[in-house]
Design a protein around this ligand. Sequence first.
Ligand code: HEM
Length: 283
Amino acid sequence: MQGLIFVTWERYLTEHFGEKLLYAYRAALGETAATAPLVSRVYDDETLLAGVSMASKLTRLPADVLLQEYGRYFMINGLTRHLCMYLLAQVHSGRDLLLAMSNAHAQMHLASEAMTPPLFKYLLSSNSPHELVLLYDSPRQLCPVLLGAIEGAAQRYGETVRIREATCMRQGASVCRFEIRFFRQAVDQGQQPEAFERSTHWKVQQQLAQLVLKVLPTKDGLTLTHLQRVLQRHLTNPQHVRPKVLLDALNHLQHAGLVSSTANQPGDNLTSRRYWRAPQGNS
Ligand code: HEM
């Protein structure tokens, strides 16, 4: 599973249970600063399962409670908000985000075969635009994460949500069937994610990301230095070709599944890492 899941999982543990728990957790799993998860890498599912079971032992909370809380945290924490911004900025409600995620997850798999996010199916309600049924059939059976992520998606947009898991794979059903209804509420300004997404700063970042996508090749790839040289021909503002700014743009595109890189290959480092445009699905 992709590194963002592992990094946000450890952040969730730290923010909810404190640094002491994280130290105990890392020590019990034999994790050191050098082996701590990175967002650019992909890790085995077993590593996450071992981590969840250890966290359950240390916190004395059932694994499913932790997974649901984590799912909610995943949708509202600052790192996901930052890295998935290219995707998140395109939608403006919990329901639209859910509807966007089947294609968006599929696009991530096109960018890296090592990533196998869930491909949701939906049944839309003819009664209400706020209702939908989501069908989930990932072999990982992480329905508590999904439940939390739906709650987090609602929270992200200042909404509340009612969810009923009508059937569950863990109880022998062929798919988990979630019946969902979102409710809009009046929210204070602080909860509105759109504020940053409407800002000039984000618009400039978005335009830069689109230009990066345009100049990247579809195979072999460019290093950061090479990309910087190519962009200097298109951009007059030297601020926009600073490595930190370009890395941000590449990170946003990678987390939308639009760019692939050699990050997960043996011997990779930031200097030698190459980036190319991922094949485009129908998202
Ligand atoms: C409401 C929105 C979302 C829902 C309900 C959702 C749900 C899930 C679930 C349940 C998983 C666990 C894997 C599995 O079940 O097989 C997952 C994985 C993942 N999701 Fe989402 N997600 C949402 C939004 C996002 C967003 C905004 C991103 C931003 C990049 C994202 C990126 C990922 C990634 C990278 C994985 C790991 C996939 C892998 O490495 O195989 N998701 N998602």
